[in-house]
Design a protein around this ligand. Structure first.
Ligand SMILES: Nc1ncnc2c1ncn2[C@@H]1O[C@H](COP(=O)(O)OP(=O)(O)OP(=O)(O)O)[C@@H](O)[C@H]1O
Length: 328
């Protein structure tokens, strides 16, 4: 892969998990482009399929899950949905930096962070291991940690927030140009969170990265992302430039998500929780719109016909009610 920010084109991606009721889709027919050099945020409530989509970028969906259809084209790597074995292992880490959702718990409890860093470097053929350690310390220092101390520590000696920052360091240290951050700031207090998001933005700009941030917290996306994609029940319901989507959300789900956030609404008394609960794999409707059970704009057609994603300039919305209104 080139030393520049790669573009990523996800096309018609469907990922299923095997369940007692058969194989059910957690991600269904999703198409999404990550422009080179952009930060894209994916938001949605728990269970909407965000992590499954992110894992597909590394072809790392584990059984009982599998990519059932579609492609994930990454510039310089080709369709990673078709990569296997050694090729795939090399692509991970070196080309794609990844912070897993449970970053606080993903370190090896028996080895110091420094030893794990060296293992990571060796397994990706890094020759200048001293340089790697220097880089790791620099990144940890920027995130407000004492790099030397952290590298000498075992997992149990670090707080959840410190482990999370170690996870971010490990995702960035190999100089991958595509970086996927799954809930990068969940264990952090507000001030540390703001600081980490600032560093994510800085490193993104300095190194020329393409970055994907997965979060249930729309405030995080508002803070960092150029583009925003909203997932519900395994479908992408709305996407567009972050400012436009947050400023004038079109899909009723996006509107509901935004109305539920006091910081974005501007007044805690105005914030209204989104009624109802998101579907699970077993309850997500197989036909029609996945959001209809909670939708204030529900129409008859929503029961039978899955709304198509309709583009309007940089905005894309999949909703019968919105698209009828705006294209009438
Ligand atoms: N290993 C698995 N086996 C069966 N179902 C799974 C498995 N992993 C995830 N799922 C289901 O797939 C759906 C999507 O899960 P996923 O973790 O991708 O969502 P998410 O939006 O990232 O949610 P969260 O923020 O809670 O992680 C959920 O209904 C989840 O229960």
């Amino acid at each position: 892969m080139s030393e520049q920010a790669p573009g990523v084109r996800i096309g018609g991606l469907t990922v299923v998990y095997k369940t007692p009721a058969g194989e059910l889709p957690a991600v269904r027919d999703i198409s999404l482009t990550l422009e080179p050099g952009s930060i894209t945020g994916i938001v949605g409530e728990s269970g909407s399929g965000k992590s499954t989509l992110a894992l597909s970028l590394l072809n790392a969906v584990q059984p009982p899950g599998r990519i059932a259809a579609g492609s994930v084209e990454i510039d310089g790597l080709g369709d990673v949905a078709g990569l296997k074995g050694e090729e795939l292992r090399k692509a991970r880490g070196k080309h794609i930096g990844y912070v897993f959702q449970a970053a606080q718990n993903s370190l090896n409890p028996l080895k110091t962070v420094g030893k794990q860093l060296l293992d990571l470097g060796r397994s990706h053929g890094v020759e200048d291991l001293r340089g790697l350690v220097r880089e790791a310390k620099e990144l940890l220092g920027r995130m407000g940690l004492d790099g030397t101390r952290v590298l000498d520590s075992h997992q149990h000696e670090l707080s959840g927030g410190m482990r999370q920052r170690v996870g971010i360091m490990l995702a960035l240290v190999l100089n991958a140009h595509l970086v996927v951050l799954d809930e990068p700031t969940t264990a952090l207090d507000m001030i540390t969170q703001a600081n980490i998001l600032k560093i994510v933005r800085e490193v993104h700009a300095e190194r020329g990265l393409t970055t994907l941030v997965i979060t249930h917290d729309i405030g995080v996306v508002a803070e960092v992302a150029d583009r925003l994609a909203v997932m519900y029940g395994g479908r992408l319901v709305e996407q567009g430039p972050t400012r436009e989507v947050l400023g004038s959300p079109r899909h009723p789900y996006t509107r509901g998500l935004i109305r539920a956030i006091p910081q974005l609404v501007g007044d805690i008394d105005e914030a209204q929780a989104l009624p109802g609960r998101p579907p699970t794999l077993a309850t997500v409707p197989k036909e029609g719109c996945v959001f209809r059970e909670r939708c204030p704009l529900r129409m008859d057609v929503c029961d039978d016909v899955d709304p198509e994603a309709v583009s309007d300039g940089p905005r894309v919305v999949a909703c019968h009610a919105v698209n009828v209104k705006e294209h009438a």
